[in-house]
Design a protein around this ligand. Structure first.
Ligand code: SAM
Length: 248
């Protein structure tokens, strides 16, 4: 609790006013990731392997952008920093703990951008939804990785819209815009995202499932696996929640 409060307080002055409301969820993610580190290890290893495999296949390695870089738990940051001239990390919030860790490791070619990647403001203003258009301004962009971000974009939009009737359709729109945005980039891309989850009881029976992509087809994946996001005891002793993840 004390460490969480310190991380929160240290992140506050480093974060723009518009993004400060998101510090709490980043700190919560940090705390949960620490508690569940053994259960999440395989997922993190597989995500890193998928991103690194795609990065190594790039002919030119000048600039890489990681979308949803968060806590850098599932991002092969050392390898990307070594392979590319510049590494750009984009997230709503970069925690003080992450900033400090990057400094400590001396990763001098890493840049941080604080940005909302959902496009929700454009959506609410009735404008064209191009949440990744800013990447066209990134010089020498050779590779973009979307690292376990996409489902969170949908969830964040649902939260902002607060249960309005058109919510599902809007979630579909922002998810589709991310896929479309990646497809339009003049760079190699790698998308890793959880696409669904199942609530499973003590007898191994599925008590419910949820499509996190809201019907948007992601096309063919080259790898997939399960991520036990909420193991027994984290939220309840009676159930666990397992997310299904794809790499594309
Ligand atoms: C499941 S975490 C990804 C973990 C991260 N790749 C890591 O290695 O720790 C999802 C990340 O997406 C970020 N995120 C959620 N919604 C976002 C948005 N609209 N724009 C930018 N980042 C967002 C969160 O802040 C969080 O860091």
């Amino acid at each position: 609790m004390i460490l969480e409060a310190l991380n929160y307080a240290a992140t506050w002055p480093l974060t723009s006013a518009a993004h400060r409301p998101f510090i709490r969820s980043s700190v919560n993610l940090w705390a949960r990731a620490n508690r569940c580190s053994a259960d999440w290890a395989d997922h993190e290893r597989r995500t890193k392997a998928a991103i690194l495999g795609a990065a190594e296949a790039c002919r030119q390695r000048r600039t890489v952008v990681v979308l949803g870089s968060g806590l850098l738990r599932d991002v092969p940051i050392f390898e990307l920093s070594r392979l590319f001239d510049t590494v750009v990390l984009v997230d709503l919030v970069h925690l003080a703990s992450v900033r400090g860790w990057l400094k400590l490791k001396g990763l001098k070619n890493v840049r941080l951008i604080e940005r909302d990647l959902s496009g929700i403001d454009a959506l609410l203003a009735g404008e064209v939804l191009e949440p990744l258009a800013f990447l066209r301004q990134v010089p020498y962009l050779d590779f973009v990785a979307s690292a376990n971000l996409l489902s969170q974009i949908g969830i964040g939009v649902a939260w902002r819209l607060g249960g309005q009737p058109a919510e599902d359709d809007r979630m579909r729109q922002v998810i589709a815009a991310h896929i479309e945005g990646l497809a339009q980039l003049p760079a190699k891309t790698c998308l890793v995202t959880d696409v669904s989850y199942a609530v499973i009881d003590r007898n191994g029976l599925k008590q419910g499932t949820q499509d996190l992509m809201h019907g948007v087809d992601l096309g063919r994946s080259f790898a997939h696996w399960d991520w036990p996001v909420i193991p027994f005891g984290e939220e309840s002793r009676d159930y666990r929640i397992v997310h299904h993840v794809i790499a594309r």
